[in-house]
Ligand binder design. Structure first.
Ligand code: GLN
Length: 188
């Protein structure tokens, strides 16, 4: 199995680090040719507007959608990655998203960088041990539509969701060196 980490902007190396811990080969994805060489894709956190523009100019935007339609690309988006997967983004100046995941998301709803925080959340599909995560200028999932399974909540708000082969979290497990959610993704 080869996992690609979208490496246009954001916390790319933290995901590679987690995958290295799981002994899985991982590669940077910057071009459609890079994408063709991977079985799975992680879209990291970062700045969703910047990542969206680079997705479009690199030609990856349409390629990712095409692979999704062919059902050959499970995708895991963290934070900005979740924003880029969402069908609906609330607010003004919203980035163009891939629109593959039936959720509504509010980009910076948890506040500014200074309002970032760490938390332990319960993720029943990962067992009883709580998952350590960071919320960094995190987006809030404000609604989930048909087909979306909520895998974890924080203060009654969904923070980890799955729709078929798409997994998305509003928070970051990778900056806490948690490997269990990536391990779950690799089994999808
Ligand atoms: N809220 C940021 C954005 O809109 C995402 C923050 C993150 O990925 N940690 O792009």
């Amino acid at each position: 199995m080869t996992v690609g980490v979208l490496a246009l902007q954001g916390d790319v190396s933290e995901h590679h680090e987690v995958l290295r811990g799981l002994r899985v080969a991982s590669f940077d994805v910057r071009t459609p040719a890079d994408l063709a060489g991977v079985d799975r894709l992680i879209i990291p956190g970062g700045e969703s507007t910047a990542i969206s523009l680079l997705l479009q100019s690199s030609g990856l935007f349409q390629e990712i959608i095409a692979r999704h339609i062919k059902r050959t690309l499970p995708i895991f988006g963290t934070c900005a990655g979740a924003i880029l997967l969402a069908k609906r983004i609330e607010g003004t100046n919203t980035p163009k998203s891939l629109a593959l995941l039936n959720i509504t998301i509010d980009r910076n709803a948890y506040g500014t960088q200074l309002d970032s925080f760490e938390e332990r959340i319960s993720v029943p599909v990962l067992g009883r041990k709580l998952l350590r995560v960071s919320f960094i200028r995190a987006p809030k999932i404000t609604a989930t539509g048909e087909g979306v399974e909520i895998l974890a909540m924080h203060k009654k708000v969904p923070v980890l969701v799955r729709q078929g082969s798409i997994l998305a979290s509003a928070c970051h497990p990778e900056v806490q060196c948690e490997i269990r959610l990536h391990e779950y993704f690799l089994k999808i």
